[in-house]
Design a protein around this ligand. Sequence first.
Ligand SMILES: Cc1cc2nc3c(=O)[nH]c(=O)nc-3n(C[C@H](O)[C@H](O)[C@H](O)COP(=O)(O)O)c2cc1C
Length: 169
Amino acid sequence: MDVLEAIFTRRSIRKFTGQPIAEEDLKTVLKAGFQAPSAHNYQPWDFVVVRNKNTLESIAQVHPYAKMLPQAGCGIIVCGDKERQRLTGFLVADCSAAIENMLLAAHGIGLGAVWCGLYPVPELTKAIAEILNLPSTVIPVGIVVVGYKNEMKKPADRYDESKVHFEQW
Ligand SMILES: Cc1cc2nc3c(=O)[nH]c(=O)nc-3n(C[C@H](O)[C@H](O)[C@H](O)COP(=O)(O)O)c2cc1C
């Protein structure tokens, strides 16, 4: 799929067939995450791939808006390491760029995906850190829930001329 087509047709998919994704597709999605831009090119991310049914259930139990996770069958928890980027704003921006790259890659290869936020909700980041046994310097920023789609969504055109300012506000 062409990059602009992917950007303009990607939507959040929250219904999944339950079929496990192929290893090769998982690798493609992960590689897209690693290609993201990052401040100073520090690449402060780590990716925790969760496919274990019990772990997926545990995450869905603590996250009120990630109930689709067990059905998707795969969650990639995108984490930022404060030891590799001490400015949290940049850390979150870098991990967010990786998440968006992964969403687009998943869409580009025909999978469905949704971004489930973690940071900056303290209850969520704490619960996920415990479930995944994260080191104390690592912040879980978001989850890329990915799997085979069981819903189709029309593209949404959100271009809004009134929010575009040329030269000055
Ligand atoms: C930071 C962030 C956190 C989000 N968290 C959730 C979430 O927890 N659960 C969910 O179902 N969708 C979540 N979303 C997806 C948004 O709801 C979705 O992107 C938005 O409604 C626009 O729809 P679209 O992705 O289909 O274009 C999140 C998106 C972002 C950027």
